[in-house]
Ligand binder design. Structure first.
Ligand code: ZN
Length: 338
């Protein structure tokens, strides 16, 4: 597999006490130093960015603002302060996404871009929730424009809803957006009945989850429901907004997922990528704010991606209210035959 990580990503510093801190990259670098299957990984370094690719999904007005604040400290949204290097590093995160995507495309091997700042809250015309540029959206546009893809799926397992990604593709059928997230919670969007509009009707699929749900509901969605959607949609590419803040130790969400839960989710997504899109799958780091939990969870995902761990699909207890949940899904989404 291919992993892109670089200490330069620590140069984006939202300031003292901010949870999306430079140490997140150091925690992953440290984990990788002693990762037992390191020899099976091809490593890549940060690629410097250009404005061309981010203009595929962001408004010129907003990019002009970023050019203006580049080199200084600014507060782009109450949660999203910047340091002098932030705009450069955000551009590099988007460009690095494409660097790995190109390599995945060439080799048909899975990729993981361990980048920051994250991207899924970034709207077409503004920064939001620690995110400056929407890396997953830029990746999906690249696949469609430059890699010959006709359909791209973005799967978002971050504990928060990816409002930016949803909105950017809400009216489109060539990008499917599927998200699990704590709800109701920040950023407020992501109700089950938000399902796309116009030609995009049905191509946004939200799985809102109550605080405290834990592994069983999280895993059931990725093992039982997401493959049903992907089998019918037949994407040419899968981008994963891989946020690890659903972890039970994470300070910013309460979904109570464990490392094992993330491993099972990864295993199911890997199967989907092999079965439906020739192995073209790229994980992009989003959230995950407890450093130990982040490193441990990413490590479990990597073991699964490298096929060093096969997890027993043992039967899971039926989550509370599961039948009602499926019934509600069927009402909103006739297309996917849940
Ligand atoms: Zn998050």
């Amino acid at each position: 597999m291919i992993v892109l990580i670089d200490p330069l990503f620590a140069q984006h510093d939202p300031g003292e006490g901010h949870p999306e801190r430079p140490e997140r990259i150091f925690a992953l670098l440290q984990m990788l130093q002693t990762f037992p299957y390191r020899a099976g990984i091809e490593f890549m370094s940060l690629r410097r960015g250009s404005w061309r690719e981010v203009a595929w999904v962001h408004a010129d007005r907003y990019l002009d603002l970023l050019k203006e604040v580049s080199g200084s400290r600014a507060v782009l949204d109450p949660d999203t302060p910047t340091s002098p290097n932030s705009v450069d590093i955000a551009l590099a995160a988007a460009a690095s996404t494409l660097a790995v995507a190109e390599r995945v495309s060439d080799t048909k091997r899975p990729g993981f871009a361990m980048i920051r700042p994250p991207g899924h809250h970034a709207e077409a015309d503004r920064a939001m929730g620690f995110c400056l540029l929407n890396n997953a959206a830029v990746g999906a546009e690249w696949a469609l424009r430059e890699a010959g893809a006709r359909r791209v799926a973005i799967i978002d397992f971050d504990a928060h809803h990816g409002n930016g990604t949803q909105h950017i593709f809400y009216h489109r059928e060539d990008v499917l957006y599927v998200s699990t997230h704590q709800f109701p919670y920040y950023p407020g969007s992501g109700a089950m009945n938000e399902s796309g509009a116009g030609r995009g009707e049905g191509f946004t699929v939200n799985f809102p989850l109550q605080a405290g749900v834990g592994d069983s509901a999280f895993i059931r969605i990725y093992e039982d429901l997401v493959p049903i959607i992907l089998e019918q949609y037949r994407p040419d590419w899968i981008f994963v907004s891989a946020g690890y803040d659903a972890h039970r130790k994470d300070p910013l969400a309460q979904l109570e997922v464990t490392e094992r839960g993330f491993a099972r989710v990864t295993q199911s997504l890997q199967r989907c990528a092999r079965d439906f899109c020739d192995g073209k799958i790229l994980y992009l780091l989003e959230g995950g704010y407890d450093l130990e939990a982040l490193a441990a969870s990413v490590s479990e995902s990597l073991k699964v991606i490298l096929q060093k761990a096969t997890l027993q699909i043992d039967p899971l207890a039926e989550p509370r209210g599961w039948k009602e949940y499926i019934a509600a899904l069927r009402q909103v989404h006739e297309r996917w035959r849940f």
